[in-house]
Ligand binder design. Structure first.
Ligand code: COA
Length: 182
């Protein structure tokens, strides 16, 4: 598995789909002390325990550019936060291009459209706050994520031949997945 970060861009924030929540679920933004909830989802989805609430505070929520209104959670009918994503600006000065950051759904909740909900919510937030385009970084083996982002208008932005090769492989696998789905 290649851990190389590959980039996707959405060159505009027009024609955004509407947020469609599965029945009984609700969309929330971050409230005071959200970090442990966020870390629990991230650790479960990314299969490691390297993220902590403290690290989230250090890198994101303590920064002046962090806006809790751009940090989304889907809450299940049972009241559990099950998916998350947030809007980020790589520099405090950035006014055009937002980063869709840390999209994650608990493993047992995947495949219900929740990743789509939080990603779309982030894109609407960016548009509302005056940004005009979006990007993200992922890894070539994250096929569900890549398929989701493609369906939301992101396109691959390979920076060199190595990245082009990674994209060719990933897109071929997604085509195979789609062919098997039919
Ligand atoms: C990526 C992730 C957030 C998607 O969450 P989710 O709630 O399952 O998202 P959705 O249900 O909205 O969409 C998942 C899509 O992946 C597709 N998918 C599932 N398995 C797939 C596979 N093997 N290959 C390609 N696509 C696949 C599904 O068909 C679905 O698309 P559809 O809605 O058009 O049918 C989730 O898989 C996750 O947390 N993964 C681990 C963390 C991660 O990789 N995050 C992204 C980092 S950039």
């Amino acid at each position: 598995m290649s851990e190389v970060d590959i980039r996707m861009d959405r060159p505009h924030l027009e024609a955004l789909p509407t947020v469609r929540l599965p029945e009984g679920h609700r969309l929330e933004t971050a409230s005071e002390g959200f970090e442990p909830t966020w870390a629990r989802i991230i650790n479960a989805a990314f299969l490691n325990d390297t993220w902590t609430a403290e690290k989230c505070r250090e890198q994101f929520s303590s920064q002046a550019r962090f806006d809790p209104e751009g940090m989304f959670f889907v809450v299940s009918p049972e009241g559990e936060a099950v998916a998350t994503a947030f809007a980020w600006r790589d520099t405090p000065e950035e006014r055009e291009c937002g980063r869709v950051h840390w999209v994650a759904t608990l493993p047992e909740q995947q495949g219900k459209g929740l990743g789509r909900v939080v990603t779309v919510a982030v894109l609407h937030y960016m548009k509302k706050h005056g940004l005009s385009r979006a990007f993200l970084e992922t890894q070539s083996y994250r096929l569900p994520a890549i398929r989701l982002y493609l369906s939301l208008g992101f396109h691959p932005t390979p920076k060199d031949a190595e990245h082009e090769g990674l994209w060719d492989e990933a897109l071929a696998k997604i085509r195979e997945y789609e062919a098997a789905e039919k």
